[in-house]
Design a protein around this ligand. Structure first.
Ligand code: AHN
Ligand code: ZN
Length: 331
């Protein structure tokens, strides 16, 4: 959509708000006086380009030069989109003792506001395609177009939109590192908490002392073709009202084929430390496929086929537009 059309839409939207909500006397209601900004149009082409750009770096595995280069790119994009960027570097110990040179990248908008929303995704990719149907691929890395890049791509497009017109609340976008270094299926060792090391670190040592947010939304694997999102267990446990808000908004926008009002199981993901350690009520929008035998995360999950071929702009749009609508409707 061009600028003229967006403007026209914005004006029409504003008109429809005032024309519908104005009471008989013509004086504005309290609701109107605190009215939020119109919801921008999420551009899925733009989001898809940010997914592609990450994949173009190659495997984003901690301790590799591709990972370092992609981290630089992501921080630069957030900076370009007007965020105040904080880098959190940490040496995190993987399940096998490897020290991961990790980098959480935080982009903040309106950092002085006490009213905040946290949006997050992981940007690292998994070193092993350990769920691949072909065993020969189990020690090959994944490209992580969906697992990693999709959530980050949507968040970068949201950042771009925020720069154009800010929502009423302060927003923090966190790109977590070292989510996907969890014990591979071919290992026999056991270690508690081998996943989500970057988010666990941030939850213990937030970039701002006593950081708080009204709620958090995690995006994980939000680009698959015909993906479906079910309400996840921990999200229901810790942030039921946020789940409700998001799923209702998705339905209202016509994305009911993506956002299914049924529950799925409990998933270990970056929202768990954010809920349990940082105590910010947070949900996980994560694809769930009840029909794929290989994995309920979708048939390409942790396989060498997690590539751009399986990314669909319509899914990015459904998720991105829903999240935008949710954050711009907060006041
Ligand atoms: C587990 O497989 C335990 N959790 C899924 C978290 C994840 C991995 N998200 C993306 N990759
Ligand atoms: Zn993964």
């Amino acid at each position: 959509m061009n600028i003229k059309m967006s403007l026209l839409l914005a004006i029409l939207l504003m008109f429809s708000i005032t024309s519908c909500k104005t009471n008989k006397g013509g004086s504005p209601t309290v609701e109107e006086e605190t009215r939020t900004v119109p919801v921008p149009e999420f551009n899925a082409d733009s989001a898809c380009n940010y997914v592609q750009a990450q994949v173009d770096f190659g495997y984003r595995i901690p301790n590799t030069k591709e990972h370092v280069a992609c981290g630089e790119y992501l921080a630069a994009k957030l900076e370009q989109f007007g965020a105040t960027v904080t880098n959190q570097y940490a040496d995190l110990v993987a399940y096998n003792g490897t020290i991961l040179k990790a980098r959480n990248i935080i982009g903040s908008y309106n950092p002085d506001s006490k009213k905040r929303i946290l949006l997050f995704a992981h940007w690292d990719t998994r070193p092993w395609a350990d769920n691949d149907p072909n065993e020969k691929n189990h020690r090959t890395p994944i490209l992580g177009a969906n697992d990693g890049a999709s959530g980050v791509g949507v968040l970068l497009e949201i950042a771009r939109q925020i720069q154009q017109e800010a929502p009423a609340l302060g927003i923090d976008i966190i790109l977590f590192d070292a989510e996907d270094y969890g014990i591979p299926q071919f290992e026999t060792v056991y270690k508690k908490n081998s996943w989500c090391l970057g988010s666990e670190y941030w939850a213990r040592y937030p970039h701002v002392p006593n950081y708080n947010a009204r709620f958090g939304i995690l995006l994980d694997m939000v680009g698959g073709k015909e993906a479906t999102f079910y309400k996840e267990g921990y999200s229901e446990q810790y942030a039921k009202s946020v789940n409700k808000k998001v799923w209702n908004k998705a339905k209202e926008l016509g994305f009911g084929n993506y956002f299914i009002t049924d529950k799925q199981g409990y998933i270990t993901d970056d929202h768990v430390p954010v809920n349990q350690i940082a105590r910010i009520p947070s949900i996980d929008i994560i694809s769930y496929d009840p029909d794929c035998e290989l994995s309920n995360f979708g048939c390409f999950w942790h396989t060498v086929d997690d590539t751009m071929d399986n990314i669909d702009k319509n899914t990015l749009k459904a998720v991105g537009q829903t999240v935008l609508a949710v954050i711009y409707n907060e006041k």
